[in-house]
Write a protein that binds this ligand. Structure first.
Ligand code: ADP
Ligand code: MG
Length: 336
């Protein structure tokens, strides 16, 4: 069987089962494990509190094209996507290691720009870049691993499995900007300079919601994921892990203003299935969400609610309650 027949998530499930079936659960490392495969980061009980680790790669030709991606932004983004997974746990990122593969003919100045992008973002969050690996390869790839921890001594983290029926589903910021930005770069679309730079930045230089994630934990939110694959796809991860269903209201989805202005009829598709916005999707009671809205400096929109019923089933409805299908389902590796 080919990997493509299983799909990315099928392959991860298969590996997770194999790993789970073969490891010695009585080992000290296993006994300290709090969250293994299946969330935005893994977590374990360290001597000084809950520790977190996550890793993500960017591959030339899969995640970026060098023709449209400046090296500085490539560095920024390769760390940002990892910080976003720590943000989705409500954690504090602390250390990063970087595995870099480049063709021999790569310019040294380009590699320096890549690292400057990473370092500028690392500095913002007090992340120390403490090691990595370097090798030759036919294409550029950057794999970053970030270690961090829960912010407070009470050691709570946000998980994909904590959503409960009756909770509202909310999202930070605006969606669809990254997918629109990628399209503008790929197709060299000419739109007004302000929108163009806003969308380009959404795709190339996402701002991980690290402070916001920590605030969510503090305010009593329990369930969250970062939007890397697309709102619907990432909400599905929450619903699968939490064994719940969900109802999303299409009219409430906060498509970025520049997306609505320039991709009118496709705004909903880009905002729900575009991916790579690295906003946080979370669930909580009305009372908690009111507090979140009051405390976060970014926009927070309620887009639906968690339902009991068929685990993993999600319906999107329009203002009249009629089902809506907003185009494709979200990013998935190996999906033709
Ligand atoms: P994210 O989009 O948040 O980075 P992924 O969809 O990449 O999350 O991964 C989902 C879960 O599967 C995570 O817990 C991740 O650690 C785990 N995972 C992904 N690939 C592998 C693999 N090759 N081996 C073991 N675990 C994996
Ligand atoms: Mg994630």
């Amino acid at each position: 069987m080919k990997v493509s027949a299983l799909g990315e998530f099928g392959l991860i499930d298969l590996l997770a089962e194999m790993i789970s079936g073969s490891q010695d659960k009585s080992a000290a490392s296993y006994r300290k494990l709090v969250i293994g495969i299946g969330d935005d980061a893994a977590a374990w009980k360290g001597d000084t509190g809950t520790q977190l680790v996550t890793t993500d790669s960017l591959f030339q030709g899969v995640h970026f094209r060098l023709e449209t991606t400046p090296w500085y932004e490539l560095g920024w983004k390769s760390l940002a996507v990892n910080l976003s997974d720590i943000a989705a746990m409500g954690g504090v990122p602390e250390y990063a290691v970087v595995s870099l593969a480049v063709p021999p003919e790569t310019e040294v100045d380009d590699v320096k720009a890549l690292y400057q992008g990473m370092l500028d973002l690392a500095q913002r969050f007090g992340v120390a870049l403490i090691g990595g690996d370097t090798c030759r390869a036919p294409l550029v790839s950057i794999t970053v691993t970030v270690l961090g921890g829960a912010k407070d001594k009470d050691e709570k983290v946000l998980t994909r499995s904590a959503a409960r029926p009756g909770e509202k589903i909310a999202v930070t910021g605006a969606l669809g900007g990254a997918a629109a930005g990628m399209e503008i770069l790929d197709k060299k679309l000419e739109i007004d300079a302000g929108s163009s730079s806003q969308l380009r930045k959404a795709f190339l230089q996402p701002e991980p919601r690290v402070a916001e994630g920590q605030k969510l934990v503090e305010l009593g939110v329990k369930a969250a994921i970062d939007i890397s694959d697309g709102l619907m796809s990432d909400l599905k991860h929450i619903c699968d892990s939490s064994r719940v269903g969900a109802r999303v209201e299409a009219d409430r989805i906060p498509a970025a203003s520049a997306v609505r202005a320039h991709f009118a009829e496709r705004a909903l598709e880009l905002a729900t299935a575009g991916g790579e916005d690295y906003e946080l999707l979370f669930t909580a009671s009305d009372e908690v969400i009111d507090k979140v809205k009051a405390e976060l400096s970014c926009q927070v929109m309620v887009v639906g609610e968690i339902l009991a019923g068929e685990p993993g089933s999600i319906v999107m409805v329009d203002a009249r309650g009629e089902p809506v299908r907003p185009g494709k389902g979200g990013w998935e590796h190996f999906n033709a």
